[in-house]
Ligand binder design. Structure first.
Ligand SMILES: [Zn+2]
Length: 375
């Protein structure tokens, strides 16, 4: 089966259809030849199926077919209730970023097409995730200035020996965050909400470029074409005045604008609850809280992959905290001093920051102590 069999492209803005046979790179470039709008990958025979034994996003039909899948186990992120608001926590992707869903598809595409060299336009989070996925491809990051990049990203790219360039050869393919494969990857969030039977009317996502909101809208549309009505409505939570470009003229997405002050208040509230979260991600939580009957798609910043001894300590911490809520880090250590006190403190701190455990501050004698519990 060829990568392009059974699919074609359709403009998300003006509806123009484009055939992709023999023009496989359109799947990655994907801008409308008429209006420049973002293109959707469409399926000639849309049927929705779930292969329960497959991992993560790969369990779903209605995705392009790849001979060589690249996967780190992205998708199937948990949905939990946080103080009355349902939260789909995208931190639980392999690199801690929602865009891992897109990286998996893009990397598979590049492997199938045998690409040797790729120029990627720098985009916060997207490029970072992609760097973890791409192997065997020479990757150049195209950025207008190093000073406009997240310093952590610059350090990551440097440590991996990647080039950061300002220009690229004329005939090279440049990969942008906004492309048809990104949309196909991100839309799986909606497939998961449907599969897990999440009861909510609004699916609220933070919107800066608007691509995530557009992707979820597309996922709902794909399901609808396959005869499944989810009842979900995509709500794009955005900052007042931001006006995400790709959402213009799209009637199917509700846009709710939040002021800087409202966002900051919501952000502080989430920080106090123990969330390590980027301000933009707080948007969806805030809007989900005020609209009700909502599930908020929340990205909570980078989660380091835990391996070996570190994750054993974390397991122990979780076990003790669930058995005996409201304990100090010291008490956790005393419960089972199999690890050093320092290792336990370190694990507790990192779990606190990533939102895996929560805490309350109480006064004991003359000092204030942090008592840990499950969230
Ligand atoms: Zn168009």
């Amino acid at each position: 089966m060829a990568l392009t069999s059974g699919i074609y492209l359709k403009c998300s803005h003006c509806g123009r259809e484009v055939h992709v046979e023999n023009k496989v790179n359109l799947l990655l470039a994907g801008r409308c030849p008429r209006c420049g709008g973002l293109m959707f990958i469409k399926y000639r025979k849309p049927v929705f199926k779930v292969k329960k034994n497959e991992r993560g996003i790969w369990r779903y039909s209605l995705l392009p077919f790849f001979e060589n899948r690249v996967t780190l186990g992205e998708g199937l992120t948990p949905v939990r209730r946080v103080e009355g608001v349902l939260v789909k926590n995208e931190k639980f992707n392999p690199t801690g970023l929602y865009s891992d869903r897109a990286s998996a598809l893009i990397s598979s595409f590049l492997r199938d097409t045998g690409a040797k060299e790729v120029y990627v336009e720098y985009s916060e989070e997207f490029t970072k995730s992609l760097v973890h996925y791409l192997t065997g491809v020479s990757l150049h990051v195209v950025a207008s200035s190093i000073f406009e990049m997240d310093p952590e990203d610059v350090m990551l790219f440097a440590s991996k020996g990647l080039n950061i360039v300002h220009e690229y050869p004329k005939d090279s393919t440049i990969l942008h965050y906004e492309n048809p494969l990104t949309i196909e990857g991100l839309k799986t969030i909606v497939f998961e909400l449907y599969e897990k039977n999440v009861k909510a009317e609004n699916v609220v996502v933070p919107a800066k470029s608007g691509v995530l909101a557009l992707s979820l809208y597309k996922g709902i549309d794909d399901l609808s074409e396959a005869g499944i009505e989810t009842g979900f409505q995509v709500t794009a939570a955005t900052l007042k005045g931001l006006n995400p470009q790709v959402l213009r003229n799209l009637r199917g997405i509700r846009i709710i604008e939040v002021t800087e002050t409202e966002l900051y208040e919501a952000y502080m509230k989430l920080l106090r609850k123990g969330f390590k979260i980027k301000p933009l991600a707080a948007l969806s939580y805030y809007v989900a809280e005020i609209t009700g009957s909502s599930v908020a798609v929340v990205t909570m910043g980078y989660k380091a992959r835990t391996t070996g001894r570190g994750s054993d300590v974390k397991k122990l911490v979780l076990e003790i905290v669930s058995r005996k809520p409201l304990v100090t880090a010291y008490e956790i250590w005393k419960e089972k001093p199999a690890y050093t006190l320092r290792a336990v403190y370190k694990a507790v701190k990192s779990m606190e920051l990533s939102g895996e455990i929560c805490f309350e501050v109480r006064t004991r004698g003359v000092r204030k102590v942090k008592l840990y519990k499950l969230c």
